[in-house]
Design a protein around this ligand. Structure first.
Ligand SMILES: Cc1ncc(COP(=O)(O)O)c(C=O)c1O
Length: 390
């Protein structure tokens, strides 16, 4: 069999750090161990029934069996505009300021290909969601890390970025509520971001994947809520977390019309948009009853209390997350992120994601997700207690 060589663009793609972890977990499972997997970000609850029913009935529509419009169904873009008005009081032009995506991940990779040339810089949160790196690598651009440190509430410190690095930067990725640190952004931070972006002609891409998950009554802020945001950037919103639709692959880019046009142009050459039944179900999710979202937020908040209070009770000094469905936990001093994650897997059969997989500044932490029942979270705490680490 011939072995065809990969293109240079593919060879530049970063290694999938978590694939290694997944393989190890599978080995343990095959050996019959009862694994509590807090290492992944896959919502554990089903999609709400009214959304599924919309897909079921829309699948019967012959007009949906044909190609959909290249740039998505107008009714879905209208629904996105209504959703942003209702949730964040943001006014959006559905035709010029919304691009329909195959999930947030696709848009986050595409935007780098749309805006970056060889040698350009992209300012990147570190730790951060690894998919941002892929598009930058494919575009032959470079990443400039912005450390997210606990002492800065896991917000980047713009004072620490030199004038020259700001000048070379064309793109900046942000993500709040944050994966993996679970921090929320503030309005003043976004205002400062817009000021810097204006000064240095940087396009801001705010990944709002966890936009529906905020705790202690603190609703996450949309970047687009802040004055001037649309002048300098876009937000990426996904249906995956808000409506437990991770397998449906649907999301949106919203904001600056020139960036939206670029994403649409690239997508014209790659796809013919999503199946219209999925688009109709997504519109139903955005415009129908939001009780499912409220219930989901409560469920994560109460799981959070179980895990965080449980870990505190056994003597682990951990901080409660402000949003997202992750917790970001400092590892005991004698461990690194990786040795600690390995130790928990081997000795307690509890999986967590080592923080260094999210970047250099993730070292010293592990990420544990809230994507299993309260009973299983209690069981994880009790297994960790038995290790007598704290
Ligand atoms: C921070 C962040 N952004 C984006 C995504 C992508 O979500 P999707 O491609 O399902 O829309 C995820 C998924 O885990 C995420 O954690």
């Amino acid at each position: 069999m011939k072995q065809f060589e990969q293109s240079d663009a593919l060879k530049r793609l970063p290694e999938q750090f978590f694939a290694k972890l997944a393989a190890k977990v599978n080995r343990y499972k095959e050996e019959g161990h009862d694994i509590i997997n807090l290492g992944q970000g896959n919502p554990d609850q089903p999609t709400p029934q009214h959304i599924i029913q919309t897909l079921q009935s829309s699948a019967e529509k012959p007009e949906y069996h044909k190609y959909p419009p290249f740039r998505g169904q107008p009714f879905l873009k209208q629904a996105v505009a209504e959703f942003y008005k209702r949730e964040f009081d943001v006014t959006i032009d559905p035709e010029q300021e919304v691009a329909v995506l195959f999930g947030g991940k696709a848009g986050l990779v595409e935007v780098s290909q749309c805006l970056l040339n060889k040698g350009d810089k992209a300012l990147m949160p570190d730790p951060g969601y690894p998919d941002y790196w892929s598009g930058v690598a494919m575009a032959e651009a470079e990443m400039h890390p912005m450390p997210l440190l606990e002492e800065n509430d896991f917000l980047p410190d713009y004072e620490a970025i030199s004038e020259e690095d700001f000048r070379k930067a064309k793109l900046m990725f942000l993500n709040y509520p944050n994966n993996p640190t679970a921090a929320q952004a503030t309005e003043s931070f976004f205002e400062d971001t817009i000021k810097r972006a204006n000064e240095h002609d940087i396009c801001v891409v705010h990944d709002f994947a966890y936009g529906a998950i905020g705790f202690d009554g603190k609703k996450p802020i949309s970047f687009l809520e802040v004055d001037g945001a649309k002048d300098v950037g876009i937000e990426i919103y996904t249906m995956s977390k808000t409506y437990n639709m991770a397998g449906w692959r649907v999301g949106f880019a919203i904001g600056n019309p020139s960036v939206i046009q670029s994403i649409n142009l690239l997508q014209d050459h790659l796809y013919v948009s999503l199946f219209s039944g999925i688009q109709e179900a997504a519109a139903e999710a955005l415009l129908g009853s939001q009780k499912c979202v409220e219930d989901l937020n409560h469920m994560y908040e109460s799981r959070r209390s179980v895990l965080i209070e449980g870990l505190k009770d056994i003597g682990w000094n951990v901080k409660a997350p402000a949003g997202s469905f992750f917790t970001w936990l400092k590892v005991p001093e004698s461990f690194t992120s990786e040795t600690f994650a390995d130790y928990l897997l081997e000795e307690a059969k509890v999986v967590v994601a080592p923080g260094n997989g999210f970047g250099t500044y993730g070292e010293g932490y592990v990420r544990a997700g809230l994507l299993t029942s309260e009973d299983r979270l209690r069981e994880a705490v009790s297994r960790i207690e038995k290790l007598d680490l704290f």
